[in-house]
Ligand binder design. Structure first.
Ligand code: SF4
Ligand code: SF4
Length: 56
């Protein structure tokens, strides 16, 4: 299952640079993951300071 960023996101942008497939972009109030692009590698969760990305 793809990862999803919850509302804990503080928009630091760290995850966007780590995603190997470019699935993460800045959204309205938080960063968002394109579910069709995400390969569930977990890199975003590994760099997020607030644990916002989680596998659904
Ligand atoms: Fe990108 Fe991996 Fe996070 Fe999916 S789990 S959004 S592929 S870094
Ligand atoms: Fe949001 Fe975490 Fe990504 Fe930073 S690393 S933009 S807090 S999801």
């Amino acid at each position: 299952m793809p990862y999803v960023i919850n509302n804990e996101c503080i928009e630091c942008g760290a995850c966007e640079a780590e995603c190997p497939v470019g699935a993460i972009t800045a959204g309205d109030g938080k960063y968002v993951i394109d579910a069709d692009t995400c390969i569930s590698c977990g890199a975003c969760a590994g760099v997020c300071p607030v644990g916002a990305p989680n596998e659904e």
